[in-house]
Design a protein around this ligand. Structure first.
Ligand code: MN
Length: 148
């Protein structure tokens, strides 16, 4: 893990980096997402992860106190951040503020890969309850976008 240089062996794959389940506990809804931890040196106090959503897949709709700093590095897709849905493409930047609903989706025909920087110590994500979902669905664009 702390090799000074790890080559990319395929698109979105690196030497010695394990491809992990997106979430382990199975309690949060998502579809076709993998997770790789690229950098996690304790001295950094943060982690840089690479997530890849297969075509048609999506991350969990969630919010939490910690922040995400995201750069798309492969493919394209769509994301919800707070009130708005954005089309995102290669090298676009996405910032998710604290306590803000967010979800990422890949289109039907292309994978979406992105780097995501987070604090090493962070709170657990919260899932929407019925009231949260009703509020999110008040806007037709958000209603059409979200997957739970
Ligand atoms: Mn999140």
């Amino acid at each position: 893990m702390n090799e000074p240089h790890r080559t990319r062996v395929a698109p979105g794959r690196w030497q010695g980096v394990e491809v992990l389940e997106y979430k382990q506990d199975g309690s949060a809804p998502f579809r076709d997402v993998t997770r790789q931890v690229l950098f996690e040196d304790p001295a950094l106090a943060c982690q840089l992860r690479y997530f890849e959503i297969a075509p048609g897949g999506h991350t969990t709709l969630e919010r939490h106190g910690h922040v995400h700093a995201v750069m798309v590095v492969r493919g394209h897709g769509t994301c919800l951040v707070g009130d708005d849905v954005f089309d995102i493409g290669e090298h676009d930047l996405v910032q998710v503020p604290p306590s803000t609903w967010h979800q990422f989706r890949a289109p039907a025909d292309v994978a979406l890969g992105f780097l995501c920087l987070v604090n090493a110590e962070r709170d657990r994500p919260q899932l929407p309850d019925a009231g949260d979902l009703a509020a999110l669905r008040r806007d037709p664009t958000r209603a059409a976008f979200i997957r739970v």
